[in-house]
Ligand binder design. Structure first.
Ligand SMILES: *Cc1c(COP(=O)(O)O)cnc(C)c1O
Length: 408
C-alpha cells in the first residue's frame, strides 16, 4: 500500500519533487531524457499485476502461465506497430546493449564465406563501439565513417568503404549526445543496392520520431524501453523476416528459440504500454517538445555569450539541446545545476565516469576551448517553459561564476 501511495504521489507531481534531508520537498527539473525517462503512469499500472499475482511462467501450459504468454503477445503487437514491423519480426531482449551485441556478433557467427568486414560510424554509442573494438581484437575488420561538423554522416562516405567482404552497415538513427539524425532512408537504399544488411541503433529515436522499418530498408533495429517511458532492463530487436540472426544467448526455446531465458513479463508488458502511449501522443507531444527545444536554444544563444550549439540545427531529435560553453568544465556546471534540483548531463552519461572527453564532440571537431564545457539538456513531455526560464537563469549565473574563477 505504501508503495502505491508513493506511486500516486509521484504521478500527481510528475516526479517533480525530490526529498531533501529533513523531509523538505524541493522541486526537481529533469532534463536528462536521453539518459532515461520516467515510466509513464500507464506503464507502471500495466506492469504491477505481472509483478504481483500474475506471476506465471509464459512457457507453462496452465492458465497462470498462458495469461503471461498472452500478455507478451499483446505487447509484441504494440511494439511492432510503433516501428511499422510485423509482430513476428520483434524479439524481446534486455535492452539496447544486448540488441546491439546480438546484431554485431550474430551477423558474423556461423559464416562459412569468411567475410569479416563491417562499416559503422565514429559516433556510435559505446554499446556498438566497444563491441566493435572487441570484435577487432578477435580479427574482424571495422571501418569507421566520420560525420561532418554537425554530426551527419554522408552516404557517399559509407559507399566508399564498401568491400567484397562487407557483411554489415551499422549506423545509429539519432545520436545520444548531440541529437543529430542520420539519413537513414538513403543509407537503407544504399545497403539494398549492394545487398548488404543494414542495422540501426534506434534507441534514441524509437517512440520519439516516427519510424517505418520497411520504408527505410532497415534489416535490424535496436531499441530500449527505458528511453521511451518504459522500464529499464527491457528492449527489443527488430529482425526483418528472412534475416533472423543466430542466438546470442543459448538455453530454452523462448522467442521462437532465438533468445533463451524466461521472459521479463512485467518489463515487456510495460514496454508494450509505453509503445501504445508513444503512438497515441507522438505527433502532438513531439511538436510541443520541439517548440520547447527551439525556445531553449534561442534563449541560451541570446543570453549567454560563448555558447556553441553542438549538432545539427534542424536534423536533430525534437528533445535534444547540447551546448558547449567556452572556458569552463561541463562537469562543474552539472554539479552546480544539481544543487538547484536541475538534472542535466555533461557530454554523455556513459563517458562521464570514464573521465575521457566525448568521442562525439571530438568527431564533429568542436574547438578545443569548447570541448570540455558541453552540457546536454534533453526535454520531456512534462517540461514547461517556466522551468526552462529558470534553467537559463541558473545557467547564466553559474557560467558567469565559473568563468570568473578560471580567469582569476
Ligand atoms: C541508452 C542507449 C543504448 C543502451 O541501451 P540500454 O537499454 O541502456 O542498454 C544504446 N544505444 C543508444 C544510442 C543509447 O542511447
Amino acid at each position: 500500500m505504501l508503495i502505491e501511495r508513493q506511486f500516486v504521489a509521484d504521478v500527481a507531481t510528475h516526479g517533480k519533487q525530490r526529498q531533501m534531508t529533513g523531509g523538505i520537498m524541493e522541486r526537481q527539473i529533469y532534463l536528462d531524457h536521453a539518459a532515461t525517462t520516467q515510466p509513464a503512469p500507464e506503464v507502471i499500472q500495466q506492469m504491477l499485476p505481472w509483478l504481483a499475482g500474475r506471476y506465471g511462467n509464459p512457457s507453462a501450459r496452465y492458465q497462470l502461465g498462458q495469461e503471461a504468454g498472452r500478455c507478451i503477445a499483446g505487447a509484441r503487437k504494440q511494439v511492432a506497430a510503433l516501428i511499422g514491423a510485423d509482430e513476428e519480426e520483434v524479439y524481446f531482449t534486455s535492452g539496447g546493449t544486448e540488441s546491439d551485441n546480438w546484431v554485431l556478433r550474430g551477423c558474423l557467427s556461423g559464416r562459412k564465406d569468411g567475410k569479416r568486414h563491417m562499416i559503422t560510424t565514429g559516433i556510435e554509442h559505446h554499446a556498438v563501439l566497444n563491441t566493435c573494438a572487441q570484435l577487432e581484437r578477435e580479427g574482424v575488420e571495422v571501418s569507421y565513417v566520420m560525420p561532418d561538423g554537425e554530426g551527419r554522416v554522408d552516404v557517399r562516405d559509407i559507399e566508399r568503404e564498401i568491400r567484397e567482404d562487407t557483411v554489415l552497415i551499422s549506423v545509429m538513427y539519432a545520436n545520444n549526445e548531440i541529437g543529430t539524425m542520420q539519413p537513414i532512408r538513403e543509407i537503407g537504399l544504399l545497403a539494398a543496392e549492394y545487398g548488404i544488411p543494414f542495422h540501426t541503433d534506434a534507441v534514441q529515436a524509437v517512440g520519439h520520431v516516427p519510424i517505418d522499418v520497411k520504408a527505410s530498408g532497415i534489416t535490424w533495429l535496436s531499441a530500449s524501453a527505458h528511453k521511451f517511458h518504459g522500464p529499464k532492463g527491457c528492449g527489443f530487436l527488430y529482425m526483418r523476416k528472412g534475416h533472423e540472426l543466430p542466438s546470442l544467448l543459448h538455453g530454452g526455446a523462448q522467442e521462437k528459440g532465438f533468445r533463451a531465458g524466461t521472459e521479463n513479463v512485467a518489463g515487456i508488458a510495460g514496454m508494450g504500454a509505453a509503445a501504445r502511449v508513444c503512438m497515441a501522443h507522438m505527433s502532438g507531444d513531439q511538436e510541443s517538445i520541439r517548440r520547447q527545444r527551439d525556445y531553449l536554444i534561442q534563449k541560451v544563444e541570446s543570453s549567454i555569450p560563448g555558447a556553441r550549439l553542438n549538432g545539427h540545427r534542424r536534423m536533430r531529435l525534437p528533445n535534444n539541446v547540447n551546448f558547449s560553453f567556452s572556458g569552463l568544465e561541463g562537469a562543474a556546471l552539472l554539479l552546480l545545476l544539481d544543487q538547484d534540483g536541475i538534472c542535466v548531463s555533461s557530454g554523455a552519461a556513459c563517458s562521464a565516469s570514464s573521465g575521457k572527453g566525448s568521442h562525439v564532440l571530438e568527431a564533429i571537431g568542436v574547438p578545443e576551448e569548447y570541448q570540455r564545457g558541453a552540457v546536454r539538456m534533453t526535454l520531456g513531455p512534462e517540461t514547461t517553459r517556466e522551468e526552462l526560464d529558470y534553467v537559463v537563469e541558473r545557467l547564466k549565473e553559474h557560467i558567469f561564476q565559473l568563468r570568473e574563477m578560471t580567469d582569476a
